[in-house]
Design a protein around this ligand. Structure first.
Ligand SMILES: [Zn+2]
Length: 434
């Protein structure tokens, strides 16, 4: 982190005090009132929120949600700070290809880093050697992991295997053998690719030996995929975090591999058929958040577009609610009378088979599932696995007659983890009706 003044050091200490002291507790109402009032005041500096009157709890309660398309169509309209005051500049690439400029102030980075570090320190160990296989350029995720490692004083290296001219799979394997990482940070799709590659080279057992923790982030992963990866690597695999470049981190894993809402850093509501309701107990709906520590681009009641299930009572003992992210509401695929979601399909694929990726070919009246067989797959079991997949689609999705085919390889694009990227672009091929 960029700490070069007493003022920034004071910010770090304030963040540690506020976030560590609260730990996994749910803040009281007056905490939110004060924090939201401050976000509100900062937001009024952005043209998109310039018409807001003075803050009051009633004014906040009457405020409509900020939709993603509003932000995407006028990203600078939501920026409340000057670019000269920013210390980092990122961009996100939406599924449509348009980019959202994302400047960050030191305050944004410090608060998010401390918030995530407080959560991850429960699953990381002081003697961990961290290898981050996340991209370092343009998007913030690589910087976040590095900043958390710095904050927690963990040895770490970055080696994104697609950084042309710097890193590739050969270089990665050599670095791996020297560093002997104990904890990996990477996207689920890259985890699948690196597993296949090391298996093909006969290196997996040797390189997996030092690894005890795998932190998946950047895309949503389903429990079945994490269990599969955990088995292959002999490691504990966590869904490390959930959030976006726009919002910062909204939830982080606990030791039980559940995503707890970071309720001291975000005010969370659910959009339900009954309207917006504060997240206080179990529920389902679309997650709407007011991040409490955004400075460069404050957001009020931002609709994430993600359908979530909120539960409480995690066995880890943390009092904050945890979420299961089902993916984007718009990402569902209708086949006959059934709605297929990325979550449902991936639970079946990675739960019933050892496939390393999949392509779903869908017509209005039928689906065909192409599965990429694992490098060391036992082909004699494939007919039996195909029946298990067909049965699962019948029982869980109400879809009969799913055709299942195993192939030696599928395009790398299918490994990009559907749930938070564009599932329909990466893992679906639409066919004509027969
Ligand atoms: Zn927990």
């Amino acid at each position: 982190m960029i700490i070069n003044s007493e003022q920034r050091l004071a910010t770090v200490l304030a963040a540690i005090r506020e976030l560590r002291e609260r730990g996994g507790t749910v803040p009281r109402k007056d905490f939110y009132t004060d924090k939201i009032a401050a976000v509100w005041a900062r937001a009024r500096g952005a043209s998109a929120y310039a018409k807001l009157g003075d803050y009051s709890p009633d004014a906040f309660a009457a405020l409509p949600v900020t939709r993603k398309d509003q932000l995407k169509s006028d990203p600078w309209g939501f920026v409340a700070a000057s670019i000269e005051d920013s210390v980092k500049y990122y961009e996100t690439t939406g599924t449509t290809g348009t980019t959202t400029p994302t400047p960050r102030l030191a305050d944004d980075i410090i608060w998010n880093t401390v918030s995530v570090a407080c959560a991850w320190q429960d699953v990381l160990r002081a003697d961990d050697r961290v290898l981050s296989l996340l991209p370092s350029d343009i998007v913030p995720v690589g910087d976040l992991v590095a900043a958390v490692c710095e904050h927690l004083d963990l040895l770490h290296a970055r080696a994104y295997p697609f950084a042309t001219g710097i890193s590739d799979w050969d270089r990665l394997a050599r670095l791996w053998a020297t560093l002997r990482p104990t904890a990996l940070f990477l996207a689920p799709g890259v985890a699948m690719q690196v597993t296949r590659l090391f298996k093909q080279r006969g290196l997996l057992a040797e390189l997996a030996a030092s690894v005890r923790t795998i932190m998946l982030l950047g895309e949503v992963s389903v429990p079945a995929m994490r269990a599969r990866l955990g088995h292959w690597w002999g490691a504990t695999v966590y869904n490390a975090s959930y959030g976006s470049t726009e919002t910062g981190t909204l939830a982080a894993t606990c030791r039980q591999d559940r995503l707890h809402l970071l309720t001291s850093a975000n005010y969370c509501e659910l959009l339900t058929p009954q309207g917006l309701v504060e997240v206080s107990g179990p529920g389902t709906g679309r997650l709407v958040v007011t991040p409490l520590n955004l400075h460069a681009r404050p957001l009020l009641r931002y609709d994430t577009g993600d359908d979530v299930v909120v539960t409480t009572g995690c066995p880890c003992g943390t009092a904050t609610p945890d979420v299961t992210v089902l993916g984007r509401a718009a990402d569902g695929l209708r086949v006959r009378d059934s709605l297929l979601t990325p979550y449902l399909v991936e639970e079946i694929v990675y739960g019933e088979t050892t496939a390393t990726s999949y392509l779903l070919e869908a017509a209005p009246d039928r689906i065909r599932l192409l599965l990429e067989r694992d490098v060391d797959a036992n082909r004699s079991t494939e007919p039996e696995r195909a029946i298990a997949v067909r049965d699962a689609f019948r029982h869980q999705a109400g879809l009969d007659g799913t055709e299942v085919l195993f192939l030696n390889s599928l395009p790398a694009t299918t490994k990009s983890g559907g749930s938070q990227k564009s599932w329909k672009r990466s893992n679906i091929r639409i066919l004509e009706a027969s």
